[in-house]
Write a protein that binds this ligand. Structure first.
Ligand SMILES: Cc1ncc(C[n+]2csc(CCOP(=O)(O)OP(=O)(O)O)c2C)c(N)n1
Ligand SMILES: [Mg+2]
Length: 381
């Protein structure tokens, strides 16, 4: 990094709310401490295990893509604390609207990891029933999910319920019109929604500094929404900040915005090669800020990172990885006509025509059957 960039990085790090240092020291923070006061070593160990399991599932995702079992994988490496700390702040009846990179959030909500891969394998448009886990399908249209979350939060408000909507967005998404509209509506109606921005410093190949000449968190007060900037690699700080924001929303205090400052250690997706646009020295700066290493150090200090615990974590990661692999490989390709199902709630003639045309088209490529006619099941396999 050039001197100016090194200074900017140091200033940014110094500006973040943090509860655990990179060497595992528990740091005091008057605003955040009360929100994690009840966490004992066992609870912190659970957060660690979650992070270790999703790191392993993430590596498995990349491997499955490289082996041709899924079409694409967007790695979350480096963002484990942001995803686990925020998702673990929620109640079961809260509702999550997240993005393609948020496999760790889905894990924390109880989504089966292979259900994500049903989408990445091209077998379905939505891998799970959103109402079973209170989490919408992962959104690929940048920023769209923030509007869904605000709309859902308005519904909660209308019902007089005390659930909260939590939506995830990236640093790049913060420039999107949808996100700005979602913020305006959330503020106007004081909707119970929390905006959780994972600033991982990149929007594909564009560095965050290009679009954010000030911290992204600073934008929210302009909408009348309180915001906080936390160390996104510190799972305790993320958990505390999200609990604070969720409680505010739950008790009628309206929306909040959290900027979790983290770093995308891998490529944008398996279709990207970051060596083309980023200095590998950046990774050396971020590696010592690893979200797992600091919690391991904290737990060691508490005498809780025992050999048995290490083995338990390794077993949990192995089990999850083996399951996602076996289940993903077993996902069958659906029949082509299924593409036309679940698009509209009710059938209509335009859709029926397209479906018939598509099946006729596919039928040209099929071997004739005994009757001499190609089968028209759309190639179910
Ligand atoms: C509306 C829209 N525009 C453009 C894209 C292409 N696109 C995919 S990912 C991405 C960058 C998003 O960056 P960020 O919001 O920081 O999220 P990250 O990938 O870093 O998690 C873009 C522009 C898209 N998917 N949707
Ligand atoms: Mg980003």
């Amino acid at each position: 990094m050039a001197d100016a960039a090194t200074q900017a990085d140091a200033d940014e790090q110094a500006s973040l709310a943090r509860l655990v240092s990179t060497s595992g020291e528990r740091l005091p923070n008057a605003e955040l401490d009360p929100w994690v006061a009840e966490l004992d070593a066992a609870a912190i160990a659970e957060l660690y295990q979650d992070m270790a399991v999703i790191r392993r599932l993430d590596a498995e995702g990349t491997a499955l893509q490289r082996q041709g079992e899924i079409g694409l994988w967007p790695p979350l490496l480096g963002q484990e604390a942001s995803q686990i700390g925020s998702a673990r702040a929620l109640r079961g009846d809260d509702f999550v609207f997240a993005t393609y990179r948020d496999m760790g959030v889905a894990w924390a909500r109880g989504v089966r990891p292979s259900d994500l891969n049903r989408v990445w394998r091209g077998a379905t448009a939505s891998g799970w029933n959103p109402y079973e886990v209170n989490m919408a399908p992962l959104q690929v249209i940048i920023g769209a999910q923030t509007l869904h979350a605000t709309g859902y939060a308005l519904g909660i408000q209308n019902d007089g319920a005390d659930a909260v909507a939590l939506t995830y967005l990236g640093d790049g998404a913060s420039s999107q019109g949808d996100v700005n509209e979602a913020l305006i509506f959330a503020a106007s109606y004081q909707a119970p929604v929390v905006f959780f921005c994972q600033n991982n410093h990149w929007a594909i190949s564009e560095p965050v500094g290009l679009q954010a000449h000030r911290p992204i968190a600073d934008r929210a007060p302009g909408f009348g929404i309180p915001s906080m900037r936390v160390d996104g690699n510190d799972v305790l700080a993320v958990l505390a900040a999200t609990r604070l924001a969720v409680e505010r929303a739950r008790t009628g205090g309206g929306p909040s915005f959290i900027e979790a400052v983290t770093y995308r250690m891998g490529p944008h997706t398996t279709a990207d090669d970051p060596r083309k646009y980023r200095d590998p020295a950046d990774l050396e700066i971020w590696a010592p800020r690893d979200p797992l290493a600091r919690i391991e150090a904290l737990l060691r200090g508490l005498g809780a990172f025992t050999r048995e615990f290490e083995q338990q974590v390794a077993d949990a990661a192995d089990t999850a990885a083996a399951a996602v692999r076996a289940e993903t490989i077993a996902i069958a390709q659906p029949a082509a006509h299924e593409l036309f199902e679940h698009i509209y709630a009710e059938p209509h003639s335009g859709l029926a025509r397209q479906r018939a045309e598509y099946l006729r088209y596919l039928a040209q490529f099929e071997e004739p059957t005994e009757s001499g006619q190609p089968s028209t099941d759309g190639g179910a396999r």
